[in-house]
Ligand binder design. Sequence first.
Ligand code: SAH
Ligand code: SF4
Length: 410
Amino acid sequence: MNIADSERIAGVLEQIGYEKAPNLDEADLAVVNMCSVRQSAVDRVCGISQKLIQSKKKRHKTILTGCMLRQDLHKFEDKFDFVFDIKDLKNWPRYLKGKELGKKDLCKISVEPRRQNDFLAHIPISNGCNNFCSYCVVPYVRGKETCINHQQIINEVKKSVEGGAKEIWLLGQNVNSYKSPENKKIDFPELLKMVNEIPGNFWIRFTSPHPKDLSDKLIKVMKSCKKITPYLNLPIQSGSNQILKKMNRPYTTNHYKKIVDKVRRAIPGIFLSTDIIVGFPQETKKQFEKTKKFFEKIGFDMAYILKYSPRPGTVSAKMKDDVEKKEKENRYRILTESLKKSSLKNNEKMIGKDLEVLVLKETKNLLEGKTRDYRNIVFEGPKKLIGNFVLVNITSATPWGLRGKIISTI
Ligand code: SAH
Ligand code: SF4
């Protein structure tokens, strides 16, 4: 979501004459697009603001935007020249260049992304969230869920595909609750079907689906639509039903397991990842043990393991953050070790196979990409393949990815 926002900021700034600077020192304008989901991200903004102040030249203006808590806003206000609301992006040109631009010029400005890579398109289908998980700041900083008209989404996908997009990400805090404001019959599975029908050679991915309302209809659509990739990030957050209740996540581990079984039956070999929080207030050793066992039982391909971070204003911030830092780190390490085992086991199953890969970048003379099911992969090849699909034979595996030999372009 932050990438999608940043690309839209770049798109709007380009329309009023800005272009990407080669480095910070040469920039006339620096924009920090912040995230408040965890304190560590907020702390990074402190560091960045210091750096910006130190590198400040006369021409160097700074903007702070993104998801921001009111108290952070006060903290950062005097460290940046402007603090702008991301939802107000259409009006930024007026604030930045109001005097130079006439009313006519301002009317022409549209909120369109300037993509970092034409082959990757991050497309929000909704903004905000109504779920109020007790630990989460998103509903407070992004506001209530608002869905984007399906026609607008379809047009953006079409335009991106015409512009060379090979991987389309449909984004929402809970994609499962999507309903088109134009036509309430168009829910998320219907939207996926429509995107799948758009002509072109591209992959569809989405995130995040809340387990509380992952429907059979969605599984059916994922199975039948060729462009939808066999990849699912299904955030569990905890493997203890008591903690899930405290988190205001209205499902049980049993329910979660049932969904996973259904999904795996429908789409064998699907890449399954999750988000999980360790050290939630009053999470006992026993409750963590349940999480660990459940985590092992599922055998995820990938997991975003996060140490609980109290967020001001949320319900859980009123509970005592009583799992010590060291113990949170310990629980984090235990789950990471467990993940390493399951992901290695799953990656090893790929050895010998020929897999479709989208080449994303070059690092240390190796091409890096993602398989159709979202596994990391590295292999040797010419840089010109970046942004293209290739076929790669898998030669070895690690917990975090695959290595292979290119066979051909697709
Ligand atoms: N809408 C998505 C998650 C968005 S936030 C969903 O419900 O799945 C991304 C992830 O950040 C969450 O899944 C959660 O694991 C993590 N997160 C959110 N608030 C957090 C907090 N206070 N401390 C630690 N991790 C948090
Ligand atoms: Fe946060 Fe829960 Fe909404 Fe996800 S579903 S954004 S975790 S409140």
